[in-house]
Design a protein around this ligand. Structure first.
Ligand SMILES: [Zn+2]
Length: 349
């Protein structure tokens, strides 16, 4: 019997769409099936004002070439020392943003404008708490003395927990959770939520290192141990409304991914749904797939799920999935999830 699932058009609550030729090359892959796309603001220079967010959203929509009237990018401002409570208030009241994003300075791609400590931004955080603006946190210590696999947990304990304790009105999404510490912290605090990526759900560090080095699996926070992968998968598969899909799709040219010093980021928007569906199928949990990709995140951000319905069937598509794309500038980008994409087809009901 064919395995078939029907679900509300999903949302991607964490995606990097870039700009210029890369934006043009990748945006259709988010627009085709996703409704909301929470677009990260770490451009160069970063998105730090309502006007910049509105202009970036217009560039994104102008770059879409597939028929996607459903596609609705929602924006975030980059939390920098220059971001004032007044600008946050203006951006929120104008409806230009759905959130503010914190990056530890230097932790990942284009994060130099970020901060070292969350509480250095206390005045802005207090404004956000009073307005109801969600804070999105890239939780990763930049202490060079700490082992790379311990940096998420350290940041959560040292930086995120004190903010959650001090500001119970501030709602926080721990982005791309990569450890059981993140899962536990989200469960511990009422106002905390967690996005989880397809790659952290299905890969662990042995996949990166055991059979030859696979730079395509290098991302921040780094994919951690099998034990952590299982904790993440258990949280997603449980249907717990605090956890939802954020792909963290982050395209880089192969010249940057397979360089002597490789950039962090995995381009998974094209096949994210197939990767997640295959995980839920393997664990006999397809009845909770819709909650993870369409329901939980919408509820967290205060919107109704889409009224569009999609269908996925586990039948080998007639055409083998492509494994790379090329930008107008000639850059090649590798796609994550090709094996799963070969097992599933997606259509609009
Ligand atoms: Zn990201």
């Amino acid at each position: 019997m064919t395995v078939r699932i029907e679900f509300a058009r999903p949302d991607d609550w964490h995606v990097h769409l870039r700009d210029d030729e890369m934006l043009a090359a990748v945006v259709d892959h988010s627009a085709r099936w996703f409704r909301k796309a929470l677009v990260m603001p770490n451009l160069t220079p970063p998105i730090t004002s309502a006007a910049q967010a509105v202009a970036y959203r217009e560039r994104i929509l102008a770059a879409v070439t597939v028929d996607a009237p459903h596609f609705d990018p929602v924006m975030s401002l980059y939390l920098t020392a220059d971001l004032s409570p007044a600008e946050v208030t203006r951006a929120w009241n104008e409806g230009a943003i759905c959130s503010i994003k914190f990056y530890p300075a230097g932790a990942t791609t284009n994060s130099d404008a970020g901060g070292t400590s969350l509480l250095q931004f206390a005045p802005v955080l207090e404004t956000m708490a009073s307005l109801g603006v969600p804070l999105l946190v890239h939780a990763e210590s930049t202490d060079p003395a700490l082992d790379i696999f311990d940096r998420e947990a350290a940041f959560l304990v040292d930086e995120v927990a004190p903010v959650l304790e001090r500001m119970p009105e501030l709602s926080v999404t721990v982005e791309h959770i990569s450890t059981s510490t993140g899962i536990d912290m989200v469960r511990q605090f009422d106002q905390a939520y967690g996005s989880i990526t397809p790659h952290h759900l299905t890969c662990d560090r042995s996949d990166i290192l055991a059979n030859g080095l696979r730079p395509e699996l290098y991302c921040k926070p780094v994919i951690n141990s099998a034990e952590h992968r299982k904790a993440l998968a258990a949280a997603a598969l449980s249907g717990d409304p605090k956890f939802f899909l954020g792909t963290d799709s982050a395209p880089h040219p192969l010249s940057a991914k397979e360089a002597r010093v490789a950039k962090a980021g995995i381009f998974n928007a094209p096949y994210a749904l197939e990767v997640v569906a295959e995980l839920f199928h393997e664990h006999d949990a397809l009845d909770r797939f819709e909650a993870f990709v369409s329901g939980n995140g919408a509820a967290r951000y205060g919107v109704e799920p889409s009224t569009d319905r999609l269908v996925m069937e586990r039948t080998e598509p007639a055409v083998a999935p492509v494994d790379t794309l090329e930008t107008a500038a000639g850059d090649v980008v590798r796609l994550f999830g090709v094996a799963e994409a070969a097992l599933w087809s997606i259509s609009l009901l």
